[in-house]
Design a protein around this ligand. Structure first.
Ligand code: 5AD
Ligand code: SF4
Length: 444
């Protein structure tokens, strides 16, 4: 017990995308080596790291309120080092550092590989601000496996940064230029995860389709998929995020060749209007997007497609929004993340006056989300009566004695069962489809 209380504890609060979750895991892995343990209670921590997201203003607001809480705890006497990490730290590091004098440590995504050193400095009483981007040559992707990665599925990063300049997006400014992680390192991490019992690998990057293209002799993204698929024990491969412009025939072919590549693809379209797509600098048209969809469906007839939409972008007229709605229906997306356009500091679109009022943007968002709910429900209901293969992930969050997992098409299925089934692939007959999940019974 004595050792337990002598342990230094870190509390992580993570906002944002999978990349941030993954970065938190890597910070955890590195701090573990320096003798830190993770706690789920901020009041119990000697170090609090807030990993922030700046993709929309709402995410930034959430960071400020979380931070307010931790700073209050410190004011009231908790002996704790507070760090702000991630995209807001990168973008507004200076401002945060000056504004919050009781925050000890501010560092961007490129600070993740050096967290041990940064924390040590801060613990010696020095305030630290580090928002330098690292050298692109030999970029230090962290090999240590996230100690909490013991579930059924795990993320593996394949690249950092983004070379696209979609006019609404802050990511290229917070995460810097694109760097591909050497495939040998990726495969080593995949093997390490499989050895710990992970069965589903999700390859992550800001624009995975351009993986390896800038490096002589590196695999292409499609070749990487084949290489990961060959690792013994990898039952399922997912990946995110894809850019429709870069979705090549070789990746489409992988859906014919690789049974462990899942029948689900998240392919952000943003808008169904060519005018809006042009203003976003997405470099594809609606027609090109539909050609990719058709090719994917030819290669893998049961592929389920999900997407991201932005509504109320600069100069999105009613007819442009109608085009988005018609695309939603034409593709029949099984799910989507949809957002009101949020002007971001430093991005090209910021300079353009936006005539779409916030009220109108909210209305459009509601219309879109209502229709999406119908489509998602239809899709889930289409499973009723069918037997599907489910990779069991864990206990259901709501019901005792019920476990849940996903199909290859990413449908969440809840069914009565024992926790001993976690990690196995089981056949389940779907009895009911709802908006976000299905219910079923195990077939034995
Ligand atoms: N406003 C609203 N949504 C945005 N996204 C990215 N930038 C913005 C912004 N400025 C959305 C896009 C992207 C997803 C990750 O977040 O739809 O695909
Ligand atoms: Fe942002 Fe576009 Fe890069 Fe995605 S592809 S991270 S939307 S700039």
């Amino acid at each position: 017990m004595v050792e337990e209380s002598a342990e230094r504890k870190v509390y992580f609060k993570t906002f944002g995308c999978q990349m941030n979750e993954y970065d938190t895991g890597k910070m955890h892995a590195q701090l573990l080596r320096d003798g830190w343990a993770v706690t789920t209670d901020p009041a119990d921590a000697q170090l609090i790291v807030v990993n922030t997201c700046s993709i929309r203003e709402k995410a930034v607001d959430k960071m400020h309120s979380a931070l307010g809480e931790y700073r209050r705890m410190k004011r009231e006497g908790q002996d704790v080092v507070i760090g702000i990490a991630g995209c807001v730290a990168q973008e507004r590091g200076d401002e945060l550092y000056k504004k919050y004098r009781d925050v000890d440590l501010v560092f961007g995504p490129d600070g993740v590989p050096q967290i041990g050193k940064l924390v040590a400095e801060a613990r010696q009483g020095r305030r630290v601000l580090d928002t330098e981007f690292l050298d692109l040559e030999n970029y230090p992707f962290i090999q240590d496996i996230d100690p909490s990665a013991h579930g059924v599925g795990s993320f593996v990063t394949i690249q950092k940064g983004c070379d696209n300049k979609c006019t609404f997006c802050i990511v290229p400014y917070t995460r810097g230029v694109e760097v591909s992680r050497p495939h040998q390192e990726i495969l080593e991490e995949v093997r390490g995860l499989v050895a710990r019992g992970v069965r589903e690998i999700t390859l992550i990057g800001q624009n995975v389709n351009s993986y390896g293209l800038k490096v002589d002799g590196e695999l292409t993204f499609a070749q990487l998929l084949y290489a990961v698929a060959e690792v013994p024990g990898v039952d399922r491969i997912r990946y995110t995020t894809s850019h429709p412009r870069d979705m090549g025939d070789d990746v489409v072919q992988a859906y014919r060749d690789l049974p462990n590549l899942t029948s689900h693809l998240h392919l952000p379209v943003q808008s169904g209007s060519n005018k809006v797509l042009r203003r976003m600098k997405r470099y594809y048209t609606r027609e090109r997007y539909m050609r990719v969809v058709d090719a994917l469906r030819e290669a893998r007839p049961d592929i389920a497609l999900s997407t991201d939409f932005i509504v109320g972008f600069n100069d999105e007229f009613e007819e442009d929004f109608e085009a988005t709605m018609s695309l939603l229906n034409e593709v029949g997306f099984v799910g989507s993340f949809s957002f009101k356009y949020s002007p971001r500091p430093g991005t090209p679109a910021l300079k353009i006056r936006n005539p779409v009022t916030p009220e109108e943007a909210s209305r459009r968002l509601t219309v879109l989300q209502d229709r999406q709910r119908e489509l998602s429900t239809d899709f889930n209901r289409s499973h009723e009566g069918r037997v599907v293969e489910v990779l069991v992930e864990g206990p259901s969050r709501h019901d005792e004695g019920v476990i849940c997992g996903r199909t290859s098409s990413n449908v969440m299925v809840n069914f009565p069962g024992d926790a001993s089934l976690i990690g196995s692939m089981v056949d389940v007959r779907v009895t009911r489809g709802f908006t976000h999940s299905c219910r079923g019974e195990r077939v034995v």
